[in-house]
Design a protein around this ligand. Structure first.
Ligand code: ZN
Length: 124
């Protein structure tokens, strides 16, 4: 049996969380990660960091190390599910922070406009 050059890559991107993918090199890994996150490669490529790398083992989960019947899958079903949940959670938190920031920016703009209207009135 030929030894696969593929490795398991744990890639992190701020705003998308961690993607666990199989690939022979970093570039391929980033392509697979973008696909996992459902975004265009060009949008995330520059922000991807390698958290860690592991040799690829058939039927061994890259996350919990347990054996499972997965063929070419990297993660056992429970870990796969967990990763997707965590990923969704990361995205949810980021969205919340972004929304809040936008709201604050709106309020600040509104505040500034109000102040111009009635002359500098400062709330403590
Ligand atoms: Zn697992």
């Amino acid at each position: 049996m030929a030894v696969s050059k593929e490795q398991v890559w744990f890639l992190r991107h701020e705003g998308h969380g961690v993607a666990i993918v199989r690939a022979a090199n970093f570039e391929q890994a980033t392509v697979a990660a973008a696909k996992f996150w459902g975004v265009r490669w060009g949008e995330v490529a520059a922000g991807i960091e390698v958290e860690r790398k592991k040799p690829l083992l058939n039927n061994i989960c890259a996350r919990c190390g347990k054996m499972f019947q997965g063929g070419r899958e990297i993660l056992c079903p429970p870990c796969e599910r967990k990763q997707r949940e965590e990923d969704a959670e990361q995205v949810r938190i980021k969205r919340m922070i972004r929304e809040r920031y936008k709201q604050e920016a709106r309020m600040m703009r509104k505040g500034a406009a109000d102040e111009e209207g009635r002359g500098a009135e400062v709330d403590a």
